[in-house]
Design a protein around this ligand. Structure first.
Ligand code: NAP
Length: 281
C-alpha cells in the first residue's frame, strides 16, 4: 500500500510563498502599509511564549509585522479586556491572537469573545464558531482550519467518510468536527466520558487525535487504510496517536513534528492577510 505522508511543513512553506506575494501586493496598493497581527501573551508559560515567538517569526517570513503584547500573570480579566478593546479600535491591527491558555483567574471565554469579529483570525469567538458551523463566512479556527487545508492539499476525499474526532475542546476538537461535518463526513465526537473508545476509533475512515495525552490512541485501534491526523505534540516528537506502527498500513498520516503544527501557524497568518485585504474594500 502506498502511504501518503501529509507533510505540513512542506505545505506550509509552499503556502507562505503565496502569502508573501499577497502581503507585497497589499503593501503596494496601500502605499506601504503592512498587515499586522497583534499577539497577546499573558503570564510566563514557556511553551506559550515559544508558540507566540513562532507565530511572530512566521509573520516576518511573509513580510508582515507583529505587535507583541506581553502581560504579567497577575493581569485581571478587566485589564485584558481593555487591551483587546484597544486593539479592536486600532486600524493598524488586522488580527488579534490571544494565546491560550491564560492564567486560571482570567475569564478566557469572555476575553476571546471580546475580539472583534473582523480581527478574530484565530477563530476563537463563539460568533466565529457559530458562523463557521452554519457555513457562513468566518475565519477558521487555526488548527482545524490548517488540518482541512492539509487534507485538501493532498486531495484526501472526505465526502461520505466516517470521521472520528477524539477531543472536543473549543479550539480544536469541536470546530474540527464541524468542519468535517461541513465537508460531508459522518462525524463521531469522542471525549473523556466516551464509552468503548477503541471500538469507535476502529470504525473510523478518518481519525483525528486531539486529546493532549502522549500516544493515547493506540495503533491497534486504527483500521488499515485509514487517514490519521495527529494534532498532539509532546516532547521527543510524540503526538496523541501511537504513530510508528501505523506508518506502513494506513492511507495517509500526519507526522509529528512537521504535520499539523506548521499548518496551524500558516492558517493564522493566512487569516490575518485575508483580514488586511478585507479592509481594502
Ligand atoms: P484540551 O483542551 O485539553 O482537550 C482535550 C480533549 O481530550 C478534551 O475534550 C477531553 O475530553 C479529551 N479527552 C481527555 N481524556 C480523554 C480520554 N481518556 N478519552 C477521550 N477523550 C479524552 O486539549 P486541546 O487544546 O484540544 O489540545 C489537544 C492536543 O492538540 C494537545 O496535544 C495539544 O498540544 C495539541 N494542539 C496542537 C496544536 C498545533 O498547532 N499542533 C494546537 C492546539 C492543540 P473532555 O472534554 O471530556 O474533558
Amino acid at each position: 500500500m502506498t502511504v501518503v505522508v501529509l507533510d505540513g511543513k512542506a505545505t506550509a512553506i509552499q503556502r507562505e510563498l503565496d502569502l508573501g506575494a499577497r502581503v507585497a501586493n497589499f503593501k503596494r496598493v496601500t502605499g506601504g502599509r503592512i498587515p499586522i497581527l497583534a499577539t497577546i501573551l499573558v503570564g510566563d508559560d514557556p511553551a506559550s511564549a515559544t508558540y507566540v515567538k513562532m507565530k511572530a517569526n512566521a509573520c516576518a517570513r511573509v513580510g508582515m509585522d507583529s505587535l507583541r503584547i506581553e502581560l504579567p500573570a497577575s493581569t485581571t480579566t478587566e485589564d485584558l479586556l481593555d487591551q483587546i478593546h484597544s486593539l479592536n479600535g486600532n486600524p493598524d491591527v488586522h488580527g488579534i491572537l490571544l494565546q491560550h491558555p491564560v492564567p486560571k483567574h482570567v475569564d478566557e471565554r469572555l476575553c476571546f469573545d471580546a475580539i472583534a469579529r473582523n480581527k478574530d483570525v484565530d477563530g476563537v469567538t463563539c460568533l466565529g464558531f457559530g458562523r463557521m458551523t452554519m457555513g457562513e463566512c468566518a475565519y477558521s479556527s487555526a488548527t482545524p482550519g490548517g488540518i482541512m487545508q492539509l487534507l485538501s492539499a493532498y486531495g484526501i476525499e472526505l465526502r461520505g467518510k466516517h470521521a472520528v474526532v477524539v477531543g472536543r475542546s473549543p479550539i480544536l476538537g469541536k470546530p474540527m468536527a464541524m468542519m468535517l461535518l461541513n465537508a460531508d463526513c459522518t462525524v463521531t465526537i469522542c471525549h473523556s466520558h466516551t464509552a468503548n473508545l477503541p471500538d469507535l476509533v476502529r470504525q473510523a475512515d478518518v481519525v483525528v487525535g486531539a486529546v493532549g495525552k502522549p500516544a493515547f490512541i493506540k495503533a491497534k485501534w486504527i483500521k488499515d487504510g485509514a487517514v490519521v491526523v495527529d494534532a498532539g505534540y509532546h516532547p521527543d516528537g510524540v503526538g496523541d496517536i501511537e504513530l510508528k506502527p501505523l506508518a506502513s498500513r494506513v492511507a495517509a498520516y500526519t507526522p509529528v513534528p512537521g504535520g499539523v503544527g506548521p499548518m496551524t501557524i500558516s492558517t493564522l497568518i493566512a487569516n490575518c492577510v485575508s483580514s488586511a485585504e478585507a479592509t481594502l474594500g
